[in-house]
Every structure is written in structure tokens, then in C-alpha cells.
Design a protein around this ligand. Sequence first.
Ligand SMILES: Cc1cc2nc3c(=O)[nH]c(=O)nc-3n(C[C@H](O)[C@H](O)[C@H](O)COP(=O)(O)O)c2cc1C
Length: 202
Amino acid sequence: MRSEAEVPVTVKTRIGIDDEDSYEFLKGFVDIQREAGCHKFIVHARVAILEGLSPKENRSVPPLRYERVFQLKQDLPELEIVLNGGIKTVEQVDEVLKNVDGVMIGRQAYHDPYFLAHLEQYFNPGWSLPDRHRVVLQMIPYIEGELARGERLGRITRHMLGLFTGQPGARTWRRYISENAFKDGAGPEVLIDALDKMPVAA
Ligand SMILES: Cc1cc2nc3c(=O)[nH]c(=O)nc-3n(C[C@H](O)[C@H](O)[C@H](O)COP(=O)(O)O)c2cc1C
């Protein structure tokens, strides 16, 4: 892959699979990729249980073992090691980054995308936090460009459904967009109409 690809080849992996759950197994796996020239690993800090757990259960039932990922970075400091799994707060990101090179955030960014704005503010204090209404308005030029290319509104706004999580009107926002963004010909006016229904301070 390395010799064929023009982009870096990276590996996303868990820390083990079924009974193959030792640190030595993980390290051995990473060593093989490393020798083949891969230098960046994103590690979901859980084993995968193929027998008996659904994909969804596999994202919460096997315990998180961050220390395995930290150990990997300690043993192979020349590699870029990114930790993934269960990260929900800015403080957690800050703590984890003492031990690894990066953090990958999945569900939290999906459920509460504004979390990413808080992260940006934390790591870039000079940046001023835009309110959620502004975030929506700033999305509109991007959305217009994508719609012009044939994209459907709902495929973009599905990633914005959680934007008001924890704020007044969160359910109204989610429901209005869910009900309207996949209609034929739906455009940015759906977002404007949804914003009109929201309390001003959110
Ligand atoms: C709906 C959904 C789909 C996912 N699809 C993939 C996928 O195709 N490939 C992959 O490597 N991980 C996939 N994941 C796993 C995430 O990349 C991530 O490893 C996992 O959610 C743990 O991180 P989190 O706790 O921050 O969400 C998926 C997760 C969810 C919730």
C-alpha cells in the first residue's frame, strides 16, 4: 500500500480481538505495520469481541484500557499514536494528550458537535467562541456549494442535529431538521426556519 499510495497509510485498530487481548499481541501487530512503513496508528482502546457482542455493544461493553495505548507510545516513541474511545470532555483530551500524540473523537462529536468549538477554544484561547446560531449561518455557504454539486441537504444536516444538545430548543431543532431536510429541493432555508424557532440566546 505504501508504495502505491500517494497519501500516508495509517492504521486504525483496537487493542486486541477476542482472546488475543495481551499487550504483546497489540505490540506485535503494530510492529508488523511499522516495519512495512506505517507510522501513524489510531487505537480504539478496547478489544473487539466478535463472538457474542453486536457492533454497537462492542463500542461500550469491552472496557477502555488507555494504559495500553500509552504503553505503545512509550515503547515506540517514533510512531504517531492517536488514542480513541470514550473521550467526552475537554479535560479528558488534555489529560490524554500528556501521553499520546493525538485524540480521535467519534460519538461525542456527533452527539454534541459544539464540543469541538469548546475544544478549539481551550487549545486556542485567542479564538472567540461563536454562538450556535453563528455556526449555523457559517455553514450556509458550504451547504450551497455542496447542493450545487448535487448533494442532498439532509446528508449534511444529519451531522448538525446535535448542535443544540443541552440547550433550550434542542428537540425542536432536531425535529424540524429531521422532518424537513430530506424533502425534495430542501435548501438552506430549512436551517433558517429552524433557527427562527429557537430561543435567541441558545
Ligand atoms: C455509527 C458509527 C459508525 C462507525 N463506523 C466505523 C467505521 O466504519 N470504521 C471504524 O474504524 N470505526 C467506526 N466507528 C467507530 C469509531 O470510529 C470509534 O472508534 C468509536 O466510536 C469509539 O470512539 P468514540 O468513543 O469517540 O465514539 C463507528 C462508530 C459509530 C458510532
